[in-house]
Design a protein around this ligand. Structure first.
Ligand code: XMP
Ligand code: MG
Length: 183
């Protein structure tokens, strides 16, 4: 594999760096307007949300705090089961805080449903969700996702934090992989 040209492994670019940044700017502006006069705690879900968190946060012109959680969801293959284990918990006491969960992608939404009820049990002032991408299945989930960057088709995408076997997270754009990568 030619490690120096990973962008060439993308067969179809869904979102360029410019599109992603411009959409994150819009989302940050909407969130700022909604939380006027309130403290914000962004909670990023490791590892996929690292890029979204870093760029979304930098589109804000006000103070906010960031914290991180790492969870693993038990499941068969690529589908999550909704049974979740905390690998790294928050360092912040979120009681009375306005929490916004920052995600890279919501597929079935099972992991997120679990996360929302887990965080809700800690008596925050509010819990909302902001995700860059959402797949069709997530529309059936009971949890309301307040901010969505883009709704995408049911395809496996990589880049901008999203991985295939831990690779491609460092791409600036998001796309689908060429078939030769899987073989
Ligand atoms: P849920 O619980 O919503 O799981 O089914 C969401 C998690 O599944 C992973 N996922 C993807 N990862 N490209 C990826 O790199 C994809 O197209 C994709 N779809 C789902 C991801 O870890 C996400 O947090
Ligand atoms: Mg993730």
């Amino acid at each position: 594999m030619d490690e120096s040209h990973i962008e060439g492994d993308l067969v179809n670019i869904l979102f360029t760096e410019e599109q992603i940044q411009s959409r994150l700017g819009e989302l940050a502006a909407e969130i700022e307007a909604e939380y006027e006069g309130k403290d914000i705690l962004l909670v990023g879900v490791l590892r996929g949300a690292v890029m979204v968190m870093a760029d979304l946060a930098r589109h804000f012109s006000r103070h906010l705090e960031m914290d991180w959680m790492a969870v693993s969801s038990y499941g068969s293959g690529t589908k999550s089961s909704g049974v979740v284990r905390i690998l790294k918990d928050l360092d912040t006491d979120i009681s009375g805080r306005h929490v916004i969960i920052v995600e890279d992608i919501i597929d079935t939404g099972l992991t997120l449903s679990w996360l929302v009820s887990n965080l809700t049990s800690r008596a925050p002032a509010s819990v909302e969700i902001c995700t860059l991408l959402r797949k069709p299945e997530a529309l059936q989930m009971s949890v309301d996702v307040k901010w969505v960057g883009y709704d995408i088709p049911n395809e496996f995408v990589v880049g901008y934090g999203l991985d295939y076997a831990e690779r491609y997270r460092n791409l600036r754009s998001i796309g689908t992989l060429a078939p030769h990568v899987y073989s």
